[in-house]
Design a protein around this ligand. Structure first.
Ligand code: UDP
Length: 401
């Protein structure tokens, strides 16, 4: 099958951890790679952010990344991108006229907007939102810098695309409330690379005598790292390692890193907070394996790939009982769920697990079993292809190149 993936702001080739580069980049890269390995012909369209980037880059067998000219060839905050969507769509229209795809799968609302307007007639369009503006607005209120048109465009897409691929059951509820037709929604979660994220393998060094709680994510307030720092005073002998943000050397200039450090200073826990900055994909499994537990404590979470990566490494998870984490983390089996932004409940859950090594070991192995059952990329890519085939039903089976 000829598959067009559209990921306008989130390149599968980008380093992740900074404000606008995270789960979506990881997801699109892994999905494209798996689809290519299955013998499909995949082109990922993403906006050009550097004048030096070639027009197309071969990313993996069967996968090309196409850098689309739309607006300045420079990094631009994703919330500033709407003015360039018509130009992006125009470039897609030209590319697809020349090389028509069998299916188009858009990621995030701006990609969906461009894909819908550029899609050739009768070419199915599938949409994965990754996050919804209505949810962001609910939790972030005035701090939400999303463009004004976001929620309206999302509503239109939810009602008009051929399929919406929701990543969790909580998202299905949101989509139905937006007027989406339940017959056109399928739940396809994000996946995890079960070979790379595995309980066996190198382990990052640890500080002797200290338990390690690890949190991983883009350095943005809604990821809830501050809640973890607030729990530190009652968690003696615990170091909190936070991976994410810009590279380590640039953390001093990062507003969220400064806010978190100032909070740690006020609480007298500075020397037990380790901000690692950006951690590469290659280093991440060893860092996860070095943790006694991984804490994922966002205010809300559309899906949350980090808990999958932790469970795949056999590490138990303490997570907020929100969004996708309600599906992925099985409470009291693969980890503990706590109410979001509840410092006391979080400290209690962390202390419980840290005091019971046997429970951590059991939850770790149950976590591994859970991701093997539901979240391996082989399974997730197959479920995605199934959705493509449902729509492109008359197509011949995929052929190898
Ligand atoms: N990540 C990484 N290095 C970092 C920070 C994050 O590789 O320094 C990865 C992390 O391992 C995960 C992704 O970025 O694969 C974050 O995805 P998640 O769904 O948890 O959060 P999102 O970014 O989508 O809000």
């Amino acid at each position: 099958m000829r598959i067009a993936l559209v990921s306008e702001h989130a390149s599968p080739l980008a380093a992740v951890g900074e404000v606008d580069a995270g789960g979506q980049n990881v997801h699109v890269a892994a999905l494209a790679t798996r689809l290519g390995a299955l013998g499909h012909d995949v082109v990922v369209a993403t906006r050009r952010t550097s004048p030096c980037a070639p027009s197309t880059v071969s990313m993996a067998p069967g996968v090309e990344v196409m850098h689309v000219d739309a607006g300045p060839a420079a990094p631009i905050a994703k919330d500033q991108l709407p003015p360039f969507i018509p130009e992006f769509a125009q470039a897609l229209r030209r590319a697809w006229a020349f090389r028509p795809p069998d299916v188009i799968h858009a990621h995030f609302w701006m990609s969906g907007w461009a894909a819908r307007s550029a899609a050739p007639p009768r070419t199915p369009v599938l949409q994965t939102f990754h996050a919804l503006g209505t949810v962001k607005r609910r939790y972030q209120a005035e701090a939400d810098t999303s463009p004004a048109e976001r929620s309206q465009v999302e509503r239109e897409l939810a009602r008009s695309v051929d399929r919406v691929l929701a990543t969790c059951s909580d998202e299905v509820r949101e989509l139905l409330a937006m007027g989406a037709d339940h017959r056109r929604i399928r739940v396809v979660p994000c996946g995890v690379d079960l070979a790379r994220f595995h309980p066996d393998g190198p382990v990052a060094p640890r500080v002797p005598g200290r338990a390690r709680v690890l949190a991983v994510g883009r350095l943005v307030p809604r990821k809830g790292f501050a809640t973890l720092i607030r729990a530190l005073p009652v968690l003696e002998h615990v170091e909190l390692v936070v991976a994410g943000g810009p590279e380590h050397g640039a953390l001093d200039a990062d507003p969220e890193a400064r806010r978190l450090r100032a909070l740690a200073r006020r609480l007298g826990v500075t020397e037990r907070l380790v901000l690692r900055g950006q951690v590469t994909r290659r280093e991440m499994p060893a860092l996860l394996r070095s943790a006694d537990l991984v804490a994922a404590t966002p205010w809300y979470e559309p899906f949350g790939i980090v808990p999958l990566e932790a469970m795949a490494c056999g590490v138990p998870v303490v997570a907020s009982a929100v969004g996708g984490l309600l599906d992925s983390v099985e409470d009291s089996v693969t980890g503990l769920l706590v109410p979001p932004r509840d410092v006391e409940a979080l400290a209690g859950a962390v202390a419980t697990l840290l005091s019971r090594p046997w429970l951590r070991a059991r939850m770790g192995s149950k976590g591994r079993a859970r991701v093997e059952r539901h979240y391996g990329w082989g399974r997730v890519a197959a479920a995605t292809v199934e959705c493509y085939r449902e729509l492109a039903g008359t197509l011949a089976p995929a052929v190898g190149r």
